[in-house]
Design a protein around this ligand. Structure first.
Ligand SMILES: CC(=O)N[C@H]1[C@@H](OP(=O)(O)OP(=O)(O)OC[C@H]2O[C@@H](n3ccc(=O)[nH]c3=O)[C@H](O)[C@@H]2O)O[C@H](CO)[C@@H](O)[C@@H]1O[C@H](C)C(=O)N[C@@H](C)C(=O)N[C@H](CCC(=O)O)C(=O)O
Ligand SMILES: Nc1ncnc2c1ncn2[C@@H]1O[C@H](COP(=O)(O)OP(=O)(O)OP(=O)(O)O)[C@@H](O)[C@H]1O
Length: 490
């Protein structure tokens, strides 16, 4: 597309030169010949200082909020009011606005985005709609295989979002589900997406290092609801009352008045049974997931899928066949079958903060007849060292036995982390823990310790594919480790 045409589409004044623009990026290192480079003034550096690099790599033009340097710009320069917005608009324009050809569901909220997104994709597919996904646990095209972007993001930058949507639209996919993080909404990564349905799970304290305060966090998150023609909102979340409402439905698993309600919730060891009362009808549902909060996630996903045409029958059948989300309350199948009479129930979960560990252990306690055992570590490096003691305290308060072990200790001595966790437990007057530094040994010990009716929670690693030790990174697969440990019981 020629620069002049792009400028017309974005209502910008075009420079005299009119090169063909083949792509767009905000990262000078990713510039390919013919690409437009969008120079963003970031929190750390000004993208303009990489203009020479972009030119050297073959950029055809630069977009930015004003050329700041004394030397003339080496390339045609287009001034824009907001560089991040321009990045998203350019990407959508160059990819042909693929979201307009898809039914797009966006999911936002502090917790539950990944689970609700995966549930929604599954229900849409069960209703016969070929559906793609863009989530923290990777992205999926119509073949359902999970792929990963090179950098780990919940919502990647706009060019990747738009390119993925184009790939989906070009391969005949009918719908797409996107997790929209608060960073994505604040930094305009999903600005040029034409949403059909927006889902609001709930808001609680997080990412205040970036947003400053809860009010600013809320303002960013609510953009998704404001931009969609239809919303699915959690009636159990007090922030919902402050959303500006257009057409919408509400849901509740907590007994609040709502369009989609769950009643008679029964937490069973292999899943959740409940009755749904909704605009689609009243029906019994079973979700093979653990964790009462997943009833809310399921209601949200059902409401979104129903809005896109799924029937009550399709929702019930689909929900019962949900395969779970990798590393989120994932029930590990034993090598000898789904429910071994001889072994414990083993769960892999991503919980790695004191509140999420508390929630995970709390919900597992409800469905554990015998002992509850947890394997938990804490990350090293700068990542919130203050949580190590509290993790030790929560683990020993809510589990019968806690095993403290490694979890990405990076450049921090492992002994230092484990001592802090043990101090958290000791400080609360508890001794129901042991320390096994090697994570594989810790998992095997926990599984050996447990018997029928017991639950082992392996917390903190979830679906992550590496384990960072002091000075080395090794491939890691927590579910496989658990399966091997269960296999050794026979
Ligand atoms: C806090 C945050 O989100 N920061 C994002 C922000 O960084 P920044 O403002 O500091 O950018 P910067 O480093 O100053 O760079 C400014 C510009 O110069 C460019 N640049 C910079 C250096 C260089 O050598 N060459 C170059 O071209 C950059 O590409 C950028 O366009 O803009 C950058 C690109 O425009 C993003 O890559 C970066 O994401 C960082 C890497 C990040 O870690 N983000 C995380 C926190 C995030 O977004 N997480 C959420 C999930 C949160 C959750 O729910 O858990 C997500 O959606 O993944
Ligand atoms: N609806 C919910 N309300 C409260 N907590 C939830 C809810 N759903 C999930 N959780 C908790 O949050 C954890 C992460 O869930 P999930 O991955 O679905 O959320 P997320 O918003 O996508 O977070 P992330 O982007 O970090 O993956 C779960 O392990 C569970 O402990």
């Amino acid at each position: 597309m020629h620069l002049a045409d792009l400028c017309i589409a974005l209502s910008l004044s075009a420079p005299a030169e009119n090169p063909d623009i083949l792509a767009v990026t905000h990262n000078a290192a990713w510039v390919t010949p013919g690409a437009a480079f969008v120079a963003i003034r970031g929190a750390r550096v000004d993208g303009h200082s990489f203009a020479a690099q972009a030119a050297q790599q073959g950029a055809a033009a630069i977009f930015g909020e004003g050329w700041p340097l004394p030397d003339p710009c080496p390339l045609p320069y287009v001034t824009v009011p907001d560089a991040r917005a321009a990045l998203a608009d350019l990407a959508a324009e160059l990819e042909g606005h693929p979201s307009r050809a898809l039914k797009v569901v966006g999911v936002t909220g502090t917790d539950g985005k990944t689970t609700t997104s995966w549930l929604t994709v599954h229900l849409l597919r069960s209703a016969g709609l070929s559906t793609g996904l863009l989530s923290t646990v990777g992205y999926q095209l119509s073949d359902g295989e999970t792929r990963h972007f090179p950098a780990h993001f919940t919502t990647p930058e706009a060019p990747q979002v738009q390119a993925t949507l184009r790939e989906l639209a070009a391969t005949g996919v009918q719908a797409a589900v996107l997790e929209a993080s608060s960073h994505a909404l604040a930094l305009e990564r999903v600005r040029a997406v034409a949403w059909d349905v927006a889902v609001w799970t709930h808001l609680s304290r997080e990412h205040l290092d970036f947003h400053g305060d809860m009010e600013s966090y809320f303002v960013e998150k609510r953009k998704l609801i404001e931009r969609a023609p239809f919303a699915v909102l959690n009636a159990d979340d007090p922030w919902t009352a402050r959303l500006k409402l257009g057409p919408h439905v509400t849901y509740s698993e907590g007994g609040h008045p709502a369009d989609w309600q769950a009643h008679q919730i029964e937490e069973q060891s292999g899943g959740l049974a409940f009755e749904v009362r909704s605009p689609a009808g009243t029906f019994a549902a079973f979700l093979p997931m653990i964790g009462r909060f997943n009833v809310g996630n399921a209601l949200a996903a059902m409401a979104a899928a129903h809005q896109l045409g799924a029937t009550a029958e399709q929702l019930v059948l689909g929900l019962a066949k949900f395969g779970g989300v990798p590393g989120r309350m994932e029930l590990v199948a034993s090598p000898v079958g789904p429910s071994p009479a001889l072994g414990p129930r083993v769960i892999v979960d991503f919980a790695h903060t004191p509140p999420s560990l508390e929630k995970a252990l709390g919900t597992l306690r409800t469905t554990t007849r015998g002992q509850l055992i947890v394997v938990i570590g804490a990350a090293g490096g700068p990542r919130d060292p203050g949580k190590r003691g509290p993790l030790g305290e929560v683990a020993t308060r809510l589990a019968d036995e806690a095993i403290f072990t490694e979890e990405d200790c990076r450049d921090t001595p492992l002994a230092e982390i484990l001592t802090a966790m043990a101090l958290g437990a000791k400080g609360a007057g508890r001794a129901n823990y042991c320390i096994i530094p090697d994570r594989q040994h810790a998992i095997r010990h926990a599984v050996r310790l447990a018997g029928p009716g017991d639950t082992v929670l392996l917390a903190g690693k979830g679906p992550e594919e590496t384990l960072e030790r002091e000075g080395e990174t090794i491939p890691w697969n927590e579910v496989e480790e658990a399966r091997t440990a269960l296999g050794r019981l026979e």
